[in-house]
Design a protein around this ligand. Sequence first.
Ligand code: ZN
Length: 443
Amino acid sequence: MILSNLNSTFDFCMKDNNNLFAMANCMYKVLSIPVFLLLLLFGGCSTSEEFSGYPYDPEGVTETSDKETNPHYTRVIGVNDGKIWVSNDFPGARMSDFYQVNDSLYRVTINPERDAINNSPWYAFQIWSTQPDTIKLQLDYEHGQHRYIPKLSDDSRHWQRIDSTNYSADTTRGTATLTLSLERKPLWVSAQELLTQKNYTSWTDSLAKKPFVSHDTVGFSHNDRPIVKLHISETNPKQSRGVMIITGRLHPPEVPGAIGTKIFINELTSDTALARDFRNNFEVWAYPFANPDGVQQGHWRYNARGVDLNRDWEHFNQPETRAIRNDLLTLKGDSLRKVYYGIDFHSTDENIFYPINREEETFPDDFTYQWIDSLKKEYPDYPIEVEPFPPNSPITKNWIFHTFGADAVTYEISDTAPRDSMKAVTRESARIIMQQLLDEISN
Ligand SMILES: [Zn+2]
């Protein structure tokens, strides 16, 4: 038990190794384990399972009452006698200030919504020049270090990763420098593709045109944005059926996870024999856009009140998590509906699945391990990591397990996953999971 804690602490140290501060913090945690053991032996402490945050979390992350957030002002800024301009006046934008450093170097500064925060430094802004010009632009972060490779677009819909010859990251200073060709038409520069409320609404509206899909509002965020639920089913109302729960976008910058959520749900609603069979036996309760305020406000991690929504699944202090929980609790005691599985989509620096520890008995048991094995056989060259976790943290997946006894997984897609292969693999995992759930329900 202690050893496995040590191992996972080291894993997280390795993941954060480009961040010296996080590394020092990690080493402190590793070195403090013997002290913790002494306390356990002599201090009568019996809370070795108590969770206070993962090593990459800021202190106090599980205290989820409302927090003060830093203001982020909407700005259109011109420098160099009004030749070069930037703007953050659109949903999902994050850009705090803009300077000219010298004849050819400019600097954008990017601040998070709270100083104590994970290193997921989101940025998105427009930049243009009154006459054609090539400039160097430095991205400089407060309370964070550069992480996301810039994506460029001239319409905010079609995106391309910046050419590597036009981009360099300084891992010591935590900055990045881009070479950009500017003209009058604004160029969009963003940490990942922009996927905001407007995109979700048009997607859920078009899905809801299918006779077996409906969308409802189960609650509202702090800033009165709807928490939307997609309900997918072709089951006979009188027949017993399984339920699969899907959540997504609790963390605003995790766009590959958001793209994955859409691909996955699209496959469940497709016109294949497998999907039809699945919908005849299972309902899907999906909440793909769980943190609308955080996304619209260009946050690095939190909702509008500075809280990590994936640490609020014990105290439910936030309206977004409460809305989803209250809706799901109607499944408790429902004699016709049984929860079989839960998936919570995220992104990190690799493709990694976090199943529940194998020693825990789930229903169905070992479901996650089985479908991942099948997926790895289908895509032997696609990098996939698996790291089981004890279900002792206040995260979505663990709440699903504790509340319904069902198996559940945190499904992380790499920040840098090539979009085409990521889409193909996610579609395949939807197919494998549907087939495996059908096998379970017919047993
Ligand atoms: Zn996440």
